[in-house]
Design a protein around this ligand. Structure first.
Ligand SMILES: Cc1ncc(COP(=O)(O)O)c(C=O)c1O
Length: 308
């Protein structure tokens, strides 16, 4: 945005550019935190309506907003929303980007891993036009906190922002060292566990983990559909089962009972104004056998008892 306005933000600050307009449908809270940290402010986010029963942006609404917005603006899209694992339509976004020229950021913290699998890859088709994409490694790569990757096709801008040129540290040059590419200057070797995991399991191993977790999520949702105790709040698109209890008044007690039982873990949420529960599959060791344990624990908690 600075470049479009002839302002080098890294040198002159963001004061010289007009207020940002950042469009998003169902952004993770961290995107709003980033707006606060950047000085753009959480209120620079403009709410884009979502499709009915979905957490994906209604691109008709986005286009209407873009047509009236200052250019260029920013669009934050989701590859895997927290509550229902929903995906924005990246092909549609690519077409809008061609016409309106916004910066497209994709939050692929979870859903970026869909790209590992031929079965799931269509969910992210078109995302390659994004200006920036982030993917968490401490989620589906199963490495320790805190590891993530951010991809951008604007290497020059990255160096401009993060350059740490000093006599004792060197200068970015043709092949900038990591110190010139990231916000932290000193940091631990996060890449090592990620490299171990990628080397040990390879593309096939990670595809298998992702597909297995998604299969287990679909199987859990199928069991819930057949049970009078639960109601699904969204179809399973990836690895998250978002459900409600038939007796909504028991939701908090249910979550406490699952926690006290200790065999599995679910988290509370609210979707479309309804109290819900998330069951997210992401562990590399979860198997069909665990699904029976999980199901028994969830049913036990739903029926008001503890361990069955
Ligand atoms: C979709 C999505 N985006 C971003 C994040 C933030 O990730 P982190 O806690 O690693 O900053 C999460 C974490 O749950 C997430 O699910």
């Amino acid at each position: 945005v600075g470049r479009a306005h002839g302002v080098r933000v890294s040198e002159e600050g963001a004061g010289g550019i007009p207020p940002l307009a950042v469009f998003a449908g169902t952004p993770h809270i961290s995107s709003l935190k980033a707006l606060s940290m950047l000085g753009a402010g959480r209120r620079s986010r403009r709410v884009v309506a979502c499709l009915p029963g979905r957490e994906a942006m209604d691109l008709g609404d986005l286009e209407r907003l873009l047509a009236e917005a200052p250019r260029p603006s920013v669009v934050v899209a989701s590859a895997g929303t927290v509550d229902t694992g929903d995906f924005d339509d990246f092909r549609g976004l690519a077409e809008l980007k061609r016409r309106y020229g916004f910066w497209l950021h994709v939050d692929g913290a979870f859903g970026g891993f869909a790209a590992c699998s031929p079965e799931l890859r269509s969910l992210v088709e078109g995302w390659e036009v994004a200006d920036s994409i982030c993917v968490d490694l401490h989620k589906w790569l199963n490495v320790p906190y805190d590891a993530a990757v951010a991809f951008t096709c604007h290497r020059d801008l990255q160096v401009d922002v993060y350059s740490s040129a000093a006599a004792y540290l060197g200068h970015p040059g043709e092949r900038p060292a990591p110190i010139h590419l990231a916000p932290e200057s000193s940091h631990r070797w996060r890449a090592l566990p990620a490299w171990f995991s990628l080397t040990a399991y390879g593309a096939d191993g990670h595809r298998e983990i992702v597909e297995r977790d998604c299969r287990l999520a679909r199987e859990l949702s199928a069991r819930m559909e057949r049970s009078p105790e639960f109601e699904l709040l969204a179809p399973v698109r990836l690895n998250i089962v978002c459900f409600a209890l038939a007796d909504a008044g028991r939701t908090d007690a249910f979550i406490r009972a699952v926690r006290d039982d200790g065999r599995t873990f679910v988290s509370p949420t609210v979707v479309w104004g309804r109290q819900g529960v998330r069951a997210a599959f992401s562990n590399w060791r979860t198997t069909e056998r665990d699904l029976d344990i999980i199901w028994e624990a969830l049913l036990g908690a739903a029926e008001g008892g503890g361990r069955r």
